[in-house]
Unconditional design. Structure first.
Length: 460
């Protein structure tokens, strides 16, 4: 994995060389803001923390790495270059490490098409004012990235829905991802966009000792943990569509995503294909929902508009809330004689390797298989300032065959807790979950991206 660090350092050096004069001004501005915010003692502590965690070009990077691998901290470097009014380039480089020696380092480049909008003024003599058509701006965005990660504690209970806690084992995973992706809006009325990606994935699985559980090699072999014996390199391709229309004055919002991926291994034994459908339905209670990821931001950026600033921490008592319904399905297809490696299989229970809470009352990574189905009903509401309340119920299952990806015998889980969305700081949530064979689980999680930042490449 050392070469991933070299890529990060090389991209950083190229950025510094190309943007020396701009960086000098950016660093001077950051120094002035630091002096202004952090020299006021206790009175300015909020602004100082905000600047240290979100400012550019340099700030502290912090967030959860992956379940069971702790909280990570390090540094992030962000800069940009605007060659003309039609394009904007930004670079985002970060590295963090945790107390159990897990780490992540990555370099992420955004190429954003920003053509000027044509603004027309329409006047009416009767009736209500014309509705603005500038409320939502979609951009064509291309991504180029290189990321390396080492996780020293991941649980494996076996494959399928009928595994037991008695067969719990632990392993370590290293993964390097080098590639790119793009999203291109094609139908503005319904916020329809096309998505594509191409990645090289390189995985290494090791026994993890001293973790209080048997190592994966002590309980499983290549038949019961497909891909344990060897981990070939993968060329991974993906295509998809995204649909995000709103109706009834933004009181009903859809967030539909459908992707189809091909994992081509250097050994055909481990080649497979996978499709994923993620269908979200949101009913904002007051016409406003919490901010989500923005395609034009890197993971360490939180601007509200292209070239804009991060939102300030607000203690407003303005109400916000939403009811949500979600259906998530994923199925894998392997040819005869081929299998889906266990380290690329989705999981339910606690949180998955990307940090998504799914059936959270169970242990992390509790159920693992090539196929998955999840239903979620959720409710969230602001309480005071950046603090909110969150409740959701999950029903889901994993399946070894696509024919069993159905609504029979679903496991269930409930969760309630508090969220903190303060300006552009990483979102933090505190959850207590229960259900599912009388299991319970406490989850404290800090998002590894700033609020409004785009997610990093998925690890499965």
């Amino acid at each position: 994995m050392r070469w991933s660090f070299l890529i990060v350092l090389l991209l950083s050096a190229m950025t510094l060389a190309a943007q020396e004069s701009q960086l000098g001004a950016d660093f001077r501005g950051e120094g002035d803001r630091f002096h202004e915010s952090c020299s006021q003692g206790f009175k300015g502590i909020g602004g100082c923390i905000e600047m240290l965690l979100t400012d550019h070009p340099l700030h502290i990077a912090a967030g959860s790495i992956a379940p069971q691998n702790g909280f990570g901290a390090g540094m992030a470097f962000v800069t940009h270059y605007t060659p003309n009014e039609n394009w904007r380039l930004s670079w985002d480089v970060d590295a963090i490490g945790s107390s159990n020696a897990s780490w992540r380092a990555g370099a992420y480049m955004k190429i954003i098409h920003t053509p000027p909008q044509k603004i027309t003024i329409t006047t009416t003599t009767t009736g209500p004012p014309a509705k603005s058509k500038l409320a939502v701006r979609q951009y064509t965005v291309f991504n180029v990235y290189a990321q390396g990660i080492q996780l020293n504690k991941i649980y494996y209970f076996g494959e399928g829905p009928n595994t037991t806690p008695a067969r719990q084992s632990v392993f370590a995973e290293e993964q390097a991802i080098v590639g790119g992706s793009g999203i291109v809006p094609v139908w503005r009325k319904f916020n329809l966009a096309l998505y594509g990606e191409i990645n090289g994935r390189f995985v290494n699985i090791n026994n993890s000792t001293g973790q209080g559980y048997p190592t994966i090699g002590a309980l499983y072999n290549n038949l019961t943990a497909p891909g344990l014996a060897t981990q070939p390199g993968f060329a991974q391709f993906g295509e998809g569509i995204r649909l995000k229309p709103t109706f009834f004055g933004d009181h009903f919002q859809l967030d539909y995503k459908f992707t189809f991926q091909q994992f081509a291994a250097s050994s055909s034994t481990y080649s497979f294909r996978r499709w994923t459908g993620d269908f979200g339905h949101v009913f904002p209670l007051y016409g406003k929902t919490p901010p989500g990821p923005r395609e034009f931001n890197g993971p360490d950026q939180c601007a509200q508009t292209v070239g804009g600033k991060c939102p300030p921490i607000s203690f407003s008592r303005n109400r916000s809330g939403a009811i949500g319904l979600r259906l998530l399905m994923t199925e894998s297809i392997a040819d005869r004689g081929s299998v889906v490696p266990f380290y690329f299989q989705p999981t339910l229970g606690g949180s998955d390797i990307d940090g998504n809470s799914l059936l959270p009352s169970y242990q992390d990574y509790r159920f693992r298989a090539p196929n998955l189905l999840l239903l979620r009903e959720s409710f969230e509401h602001s309480l005071w300032g950046p603090i909110g309340f969150d409740f959701f119920a999950d029903q889901g299952k994993v399946a070894l065959s696509r024919g069993n990806t159905n609504f029979d015998n679903l496991d269930h889980s409930f969760a309630a807790g508090f969220t903190v969305r303060a300006g552009g700081l990483p979102e933090v949530y505190f959850l207590f979950s229960w259900g599912g064979n009388s299991t319970s689980h406490n989850i404290v999680y800090m998002d590894p991206a700033l609020l409004g930042g785009s997610p990093r490449p998925s690890l499965y």
